[in-house]
Ligand binder design. Structure first.
Ligand code: PLP
Length: 402
């Protein structure tokens, strides 16, 4: 590691860059240099933002809705978010319990600042999204990882949770459907967890950003939906990025206890002020307008899930449970560890991802950052043709290892 300049803060040494964004940058650079890179790296829908949402933004500009709004979001958008929770989740929130931020990432970070502090432990069932641990670190809290596995659908069990709890435990993150595994929690598993969470009075941070990308007719569930007693100790983190193909607009929101929402609003008022006023108008149109595109995108992801799962199954030694949502697969490729590419032995997911980028020209995120080094994460928010060509090349590259 580079020696830290004397006058920089120590926290800079604690936060690595996001490996997914780093991989995306590398893939784009190789592509720009003329290489035929297929990018399975980045977690964003490959659809355009639906037209009526864009039009609402253009209207916002024309109408001069270009000034500061309240730091925690315009009232009309917060009301629409309350309506979303009522309609989709049967949960009642008041606008004073909602904070709109600059993307789901910002919402989750501010939630960490609002809930956790030095001395606190927070449980992360892993594999999990890369950014939770650094956010907790910035809040001064310790991330405690609890391994889940493919056999239990990559969900944490009540026994695993009970075993991980110490007197310092303050909270748990649940992300369903999950990035990176695509697995989702069912009501039974959530109910089991709820009783442990209630007993130990833990905060629940439920990251519902992939709520609308669920397959095979599954019904979305989160902890406060299955156990209403958890309502007062739950923060729902959500956003527009994945549901409405709005990654660049930067809109996220939380719903939770009013006191927390006020605190987070104060943090925003002192640090970032409001999320972009134009994006807020677009986000309002997204929530209140036609929802057909949401179902269409989910159906398209389900079709591509089937395609990629079928192709993975044709690679000897690779195993992968069938995801129930989101747009990721998390295959276990460890059967190929210990094999050689020329003289170099591949022993880790980082080495495997580097090999596949070079040899198969496929940009794939190593599982290490998500908490499982046996796996790779592929986003299948790419065209059918890229999935077919990319998986063909990956298979060839894996079989070439000796
Ligand atoms: N939560 C999870 C699990 C994610 O995968 C992402 C994005 O990749 C986010 C939250 C944040 O998304 P955004 O900041 O674009 O709203």
């Amino acid at each position: 590691m580079e020696e830290r300049m004397q006058n920089l803060a120590e926290r800079l040494d604690l936060i690595p860059p996001s490996p997914t964004l780093a991989l995306d940058a590398k893939a784009k650079a190789l592509k720009a240099a003329g290489r035929d890179i297929i990018n399975f790296g980045i977690g964003e829908p490959d659809f355009d933002t639906p037209a009526h949402i864009g039009e609402a933004a253009i209207k916002a500009i024309k109408d001069g809705f270009t000034r500061y709004t309240p730091a925690d979001g315009a009232l009309e958008l917060k009301e629409a978010i309350c309506e979303k929770f009522r309609r989709d989740n049967g949960l009642e929130y008041k606008p004073s319990q909602i904070v709109v931020s600059n993307g789901g990432k910002h919402s989750l970070y501010n939630t960490c600042l609002g809930l956790f502090q030095p001395g606190d432990e927070v449980i992360l069932p892993t594999p999990c999204w890369i950014s939770y641990a650094p956010m907790l670190t910035l809040a001064g809290a310790a991330a405690v990882t609890v391994k889940t596995n493919a056999a239990n659908g990559y969900t944490i069990t009540a026994e695993d949770l009970e075993r991980a709890i110490t007197p310092k435990t303050r909270g748990i993150f649940i992300n369903s459907p999950s990035n990176p595994t695509g697995m989702a929690y069912g009501a039974d598993r959530l109910k089991e967890l709820a009783s442990v969470i209630l007993k130990h009075k833990l905060w629940v941070v439920t990251d519902d950003i992939y709520e609308k990308i669920l397959f095979d007719g599954a019904k979305f569930q989160n902890l406060p939906m299955v156990e209403p007693a958890l309502y007062d100790q739950t923060v729902i983190a959500h956003g527009h990025s994945k549901t409405y193909a709005m990654t660049g607009w930067r809109l996220g929101f939380i719903a939770g206890p009013e006191k927390l929402a006020r605190g987070v609003a104060n943090i925003q008022s002192q640090t970032t002020s409001n999320p972009c006023s134009i994006s807020q108008k677009a986000g309002l149109a997204a929530l209140t307008g036609p929802q057909d595109s949401v179902a269409e995108m989910a159906a398209s992801f389900q079709r591509r899930r089937d395609l990629i799962i079928g192709l993975l199954a044709e690679i000897p030694g690779v195993t992968c449970p069938v995801p129930q949502g989101a747009f990721y697969v998390f295959p276990d490729v460890s059967a190929y560890y210990g094999k050689k590419n020329g003289e170099a032995v591949i022993n880790t997911s980082d080495e495997m991802a580097a090999y596949l980028l070079e040899t198969a020209e496929a940009a794939i995120v190593p599982g290490s950052g998500f908490g499982d080094d046996r796996n790779l994460r592929l986003s299948y928010a790419v065209s059918d043709d890229d999935i077919k060509r990319g998986l063909g090349r990956v298979k060839e590259a894996l079989l070439a290892l000796k």
